[in-house]
Design a protein around this ligand. Sequence first.
Ligand code: ZN
Length: 503
Amino acid sequence: MKILFGRIGYETNTFAPGTADLDRWAPNGLLMGDDIFTQFRNTPDYLGGMIRAAEDHAVELIPGVAVHDIAGPKLTTEAVEFVVGELVRIADARRGEYAGICMMLHGAGCAENTDDLEAYTLERLREVVGPDMPITAALDLHGNITPQMVELSNGLFGCKLYPHTDMAEAGYLAMKTLIGMLRGEVPPQTALVQLPLLVFKMGQTSVEPLKSVTAYIADYVDQHHLIDATFFQGFAAADVPSVGASVVVVAENGAAEAASEIAKYIWDIRGHMKADDFPMPDAAVDLALAELNKPGGGYIVINETSDNAGGGAPGDGTHLLREILTRNLPKAIFGYMYDPEIAALAHEVGVGGKVSGLLGAKTDELHGTPIELRDATVCALSNGNAIYVTPMYAQVPVSYGKTARLRVGNVEIIVTQNLYDQTYDDRPFLLTGADITQYHIICVKSAVHFRAFFESRAKAIVTTDPPGLTTGKMAAYSWHRARRPIYPIDLDTAFDPLSARHH
Ligand SMILES: [Zn+2]
């Protein structure tokens, strides 16, 4: 028995200006064939889990296409047609060889030609394989889940943790459940309850209220012998009708009742999911210095949550960097700033050379104004190729392109040619020879995922939230197409999870 599998992930911040073409979505090209196994086998990625499940159950996999789920503005139609088109071409060419399909789909993809990249992908696959072939999908917990995704698939399996350190488990379960179906087990039911709820709380599952939610659902799954249940936090920076949180249950029976009960538990504590109020950079730096001055060694991480490339922000914002430079903080390092022009300039002048020019804030005005570099020293250069060490992506390669470490006064800045997601670990620093344990203040652009690496290592973490496309401040967003009423935009939203429509 063979199964076709692949990965088409993208998280669309519809508030981000412009569109993302194929070069942005897949800067290193589409991964196909044996390269998919080489890149993902034994990794904590969804596909690592899928491959392991297939090997554990002696099933042969046929590779489709794989693209890492970065975030950004809407995808162009051309990019979607190319990526989905390649998958469909393979599905068609190998038709008759495979008995089922297992995909990683993000859940919050939008493009010029669709608000629902996941349903679109499943629909295109169904055109090739028909309505009856079992298809399961693993999803990111930031997916805005739609009834169409449920109808077009035979099981949706979300990761449960944020940072997403359990992606492989979601991939494993999606694959294992599919194999069970193909070997004659009862096909599971999938139930969806879309909550009228936008989650703004940064959503970390190791702190309340989501710590309790995560534990509650895990217990519920055990007690009720469900195959799986996921609370999808959704992705609020998306002005689409499906924006918002949801509960998905996969079970042999009783899926609808279970989804309702879990949705009720979450709805009842919705008041705890309102936005966090993180300080602006000046106050955040004060907090960081206070932490630094407490007894004990170690560095402080300041994360600029509002310029998180992992949520579609440009990654070149200057709000936090300007504050660090103004204070000329000793032993401070910033990693990383996306600026291909400055990175190229640094590579031109070489190590020890000087760079002058405008750094950052070249994408839009929301994320600050460019910083004027005058004779910044080039400390080190790199080709930007690294292997992640974060528990989320250990052993997966990453390419920052031409990378430079610059020095401005006391402050060092990592500048990269590529915008390749948020900072997950110390690799952007180490590429240029910077050992972060030798610094006092480490600045990163990330909301939560950086914690998978830094939480256990940093003396303290301070979050700052200046204006940006991934801010946690609800007032910064204007939805026109969201389903209404929706909490907490509409504070008096009435909702009865127990009688909610199921799909
Ligand atoms: Zn996510």
